[in-house]
Design a binder for this molecule. Sequence first.
Ligand code: GLU
Length: 468
Amino acid sequence: MSDRPVVTRIAPSPTGMMHIGTARTALFNWLYARHTGGKFLLRIEDTDRERSTAEAVQVIFDGLKWLGLEPDAEPVFQAERSVRHREAALELLARGGAYRCYMTPEELEVEREAARAEGRVIRSPWRDREGNYDESQPYVVRLKSPLEGETLIDDQVKGAVRFHNKDLDDLILLRSDGTPTYNLAVVVDDHDMGVTHVIRGDDHLSNAARQTLIYQGLGWDTPVWAHLPMIHGPDGKKLSKRHGAQAVSEFDDMGYLPEAMRNYLAKLGWGHGDDEIFDDAQAQAWFDIKDVVGAPARLDWDKLNHINNHYLRQADVDRLVDLAAKIHESRDRRIGQAQREILARTIPLVRDGAKTLLDLADLTVFALRERPLELSDKARGMLNEETRARLSRLRNGFSAAGDWSVPALEAALRAFAEAEGVGLGKFGPALRACLSGGSPAPDLAGALVAIGRDESLARIDDALSHAA
Ligand code: GLU
């Protein structure tokens, strides 16, 4: 196995949502493929025809695309491969590694009861019957599992995990209607796709034992196994709705950037020393499946926010303008070219304080508001006669200001306060209220630059023209 180029895969079942655990599994498969110069493939496990709607499949494509984890080849659809799955089962039959079981549902029920009473797995009397099958009767095809010994899963994450073969029943490969079962389909698909490393959630660990027996029956090499621990909520319990989010799309909706998600998810079960922030190239260079830890990882919102803030501060402003514009539009704020320009001026001034894109959008509202701004009672209270007169003098000074930049405006505000013989505190809060109408805004010079000269002057005029 080790001399073949690495092929990993993600094999989600379309359920209508892409769980964050599936995203992390995809990421680890992608990282390992990139680390080794191998390939990362996608298989849609769509054998549950009722759940596997086109929309549910699209959710997976969209999730992977958003995360930037697109596969290196066209996806494989498991449901399209049932003929091949059946062929493999028949091959196993021919090799003597499987048998036809004609137990009726009633007989199966009796055996199930007996097995339960005796504390053993069910066994079929057809296992050792030779020939003389009545193929007109319904039958299932079962794997002829070894009755003794053990099956060893040499897992890259969990270590050596042993399963007693006597505890593994002869699993059904083909149902009586001829359709393949899940474990058969997975083995045949992984084999045919050339998958060398099966990296997936540890809820599939016992399937690895069953699947190993199918590989052995067919005379195929088993892949390298790596079963990843679950992602838990901050309280250590299984991740669920009440922890805030579990679907990839929810993290998108909450305003996390895909590169922040990749960085953060990589840290859920893996890490590079104490490094908090690393980019894709570093993660790809450093990632090894052997370094994944076996204990469940906990979702930590503070860490995710911290990492997201880092990427928001680094991101290209035009891209953030697009993303913030979408959020504003979803809140019914019209964003045209003029508003985009305002966003482009405002975002660099406020993004340090944003944990998410939603925060970023909130922090730009002050600059996008439409005149006349509604003033709060508090703001109105600040606008006494003295302050009005002062703001009016300030406004006239502003209209003559040559340079509308943060340093120039900071200097102008300081100079004005000095000339007036007062501290900035005497008129700053009132000016801020006139400019932002109470929405969060950066410091005064920043707010003035974000809003722009003409609009800033107009907002001050509006406020001063209000009846005192
Ligand atoms: N379809 C399975 C799931 O969504 C994954 C199977 C596998 O990775 O082998 O849990």
